[in-house]
Design a protein around this ligand. Structure first.
Ligand code: HAM
Length: 426
């Protein structure tokens, strides 16, 4: 029996990977415009890192982590998200000493043991950014505007940016008490999960998708009405800056997040086209996290986008790899050897070239060239080879002319230039 991949972990095949590359290169370009640099961190960390940052009572830490003990007896976890790892690296390398503001981005796989379904996987990929060291709400607005710019550039269609504030350690405890009192009176209407959350993580009840819970919490108090002066000002300023920048958003007073480190601004980019997995990107501020992880008291804010979800939404946008510029069809052993060398030389000169590896008939080789969509085919047989020439065939109109193998690169480039000129004129 053949061995299959792991449930919820996908192969990204040629034909799909081009969309991924487009998303990644667009992200790199947009993030660079805003002064972000890439950071690469390991996919495995000490389990404690995620327990301490994401929170012991979150679904991720309680149920979804891929945790194992290595041969040295250390408990390790495949990262379920990127923020904790990036903050660990930030602190470990004392990045704040070199620059008080760090703007970082990362791309890579994350792992959560969730129930797989469309848009939800056990290995998934995030493109994320983190900005550490800036309190000013302008960075909140800039990050949201950058997220919006990315979505405009990939031209995904309808998405909505929703924002909220989750307050801070000064104002959240009082709000939490009010919410607990509100929920206590309605415990009977809540689902089993929410009754458990009621004691461990009551804010998460607001996030429950169960109809009963949603109804029971329709009039629940909102954090936004209980912000302290500082948080209120921060939220108002963030909104004002977003308005200045013309970045559209909606306030969602019920938004809570599945990770405990958030403070103040939180946000999600939502789509109506992915069923239950409607968040294509999400993030927020985490002003206490760096300190909590043993670093200096520095604020931070960031987001992560789910690449699988973006790719699903992009659909088939015909983003295939470019075809070869030239296919060399060779007949006979000597011609095949020459074709192999010519291919190599042209590739070193920057052209995409393909040959046939199976010594097939000219007809079969032409079929292959056609399948690869090569615009030009160089045909060489024993006779041509003896004269140092080949037949250059234009696939578009099947015209053919003899050219010298000497100076082949120039001849092919000239032909391609003519072709692209003709293409543009059409
Ligand atoms: P998160 O909301 O857990 O936040 O994940 C961010 C995004 O990752 C989601 O909006 C979704 O697009 C994608 N995602 C999450 N889980 C899965 C899954 N099982 N399958 C497919 N896609 C998924 C974070 O991870 C935070 N670290 C974001 C952040 C960065 N906050 C501040 N900085």
């Amino acid at each position: 029996m053949s061995i299959t991949g792991i449930k919820g972990m996908n192969d990204i095949l040629p034909g799909e990977v081009e969309t991924w590359q487009f998303l990644e290169s667009t992200a790199r370009r947009v993030f660079a415009l805003h002064g972000f640099s890439e950071i690469r961190v390991p996919v495995v960390e000490k389990t404690e890192l995620f327990q301490r940052s994401i929170g012991e009572t979150t679904d991720i830490v309680e149920k979804e982590m891929y945790t194992f003990v290595d041969k040295g007896g250390t408990s390790l976890t495949l990262r379920p998200e990127g923020t904790a790892s990036v903050m660990r690296a930030f602190i470990e390398h004392k990045m704040h000493a070199a620059d008080p503001v760090a703007k970082l981005y990362y791309l890579g796989p994350m792992f959560r043991y969730e129930r797989p379904q469309k848009g939800r996987y056990r290995q998934f990929h995030q493109i994320g950014v983190e900005a550490v060291g800036v309190d000013d709400p302008r960075i909140d607005a800039q990050i949201l505007a950058m997220l919006s710019q990315f979505f405009d550039e990939i031209d995904l269609g309808e998405v909505e940016l929703q924002i909220n504030s989750l307050g801070c350690p000064e104002c959240r405890p009082a709000y939490r008490r009010q919410l607990v009192a509100f929920l206590e009176a309605r415990l009977g209407d809540l689902c089993d999960d929410c009754r458990r959350r009621f004691t461990s993580n009551p804010l998460r009840v607001l996030d429950c998708k169960a109809a009963g819970c949603r109804e029971a919490t329709l009039d629940a108090p909102a954090m936004l009405d209980h912000l302290c002066g500082g948080c209120e000002q921060h939220f108002a300023a963030t909104r004002a800056y977003l308005d200045d920048l013309g970045t559209p958003y909606a306030v969602n007073r019920r938004m809570v997040r599945g990770l405990d480190y958030y403070t103040r601004t939180t946000f999600e980019m939502l789509t109506a086209n992915l069923g239950a997995q409607n968040a294509v990107a999400a993030g927020g501020r985490y002003d206490g996290l760096v300190r909590e992880l043993g670093g200096p008291a520095l604020p931070g804010i960031g987001f992560a986008m789910g690449v699988e979800r973006l790719a699903l939404l992009m659909g088939d946008k015909d983003r295939i790899s470019p075809p070869p510029a030239l296919f060399i069809a060779a007949l006979g052993e000597a011609a095949q050897r020459r074709a192999f060398v010519l291919m190599h030389q042209l590739q070193r000169q920057g052209l995409r070239v393909e040959i046939d590896y199976q010594g097939r008939s000219l007809k079969a080789q032409m079929r292959r060239a056609d399948k690869l969509a090569a615009p030009l085919v160089l045909i060489i047989g024993e006779n041509e080879l003896a004269q140092g020439v080949g037949q250059l065939r234009l696939m578009a109109d099947s015209s053919q002319r003899e050219i010298a193998l000497e100076g082949l690169h120039e001849a092919v480039v000239a032909e391609l230039t003519k072709l692209s000129g003709a293409g543009q004129g059409a």
